[in-house]
Write a protein that binds this ligand. Structure first.
Ligand code: HEC
Length: 104
């Protein structure tokens, strides 16, 4: 019985750890909804709006944090920055994972 409890407790610890690590793709999909207007439903981009496909999650998250911080990134940063300012660290992690997983 005691042995069983120890195994059960460590299984809970392992799954809690996994939850902290893994991005939430469903939440990422929800965060992506307002982005569709410019980047398209599959992140293909159009005209001055860059494609988000073929870019890894770290690259995307780094860009989003720079826009959020108010950094001038490219010529059209003024169009993008307002859409990054409201994102939390978790939103950025989730939406970046969603784009990298679903659009590549
Ligand atoms: C009003 C149109 C618009 C909306 C809405 C918008 N973006 Fe952007 N996005 C842009 C433009 C324009 C750029 C290029 C900005 C520049 O020149 O620095 C950009 C750049 C980016 C980049 C950097 C791409 C690269 O290759 O460097 C990422 C990542 C990004 N957007 C993600 C998002 C996400 C996620 C959302 C939704 C939360 C979003 N965008 C909403 C217009 C938009």
């Amino acid at each position: 019985m005691k042995k069983y409890l120890i195994i059960a407790a460590s299984a809970v610890a392992v799954s809690a750890g996994a939850n902290l690590q893994a991005a939430d793709l469903e939440a990422g999909a929800a965060t992506y909804q307002p982005c569709i207007a410019c980047h398209g439903p599959t992140g293909q981009g159009q005209a001055i709006f860059p494609a988000l496909t073929g870019k890894d999650a770290d690259y995307l998250a780094d860009k989003l944090m720079r826009y959020r911080a108010g950094e001038q990134v490219g010529e059209n940063t003024a169009l993008m920055a307002p859409h990054a300012t409201g994102l939390s660290d978790e939103d950025i992690e989730n939406v970046s994972a969603y784009i990298a997983e679903e659009f590549n």
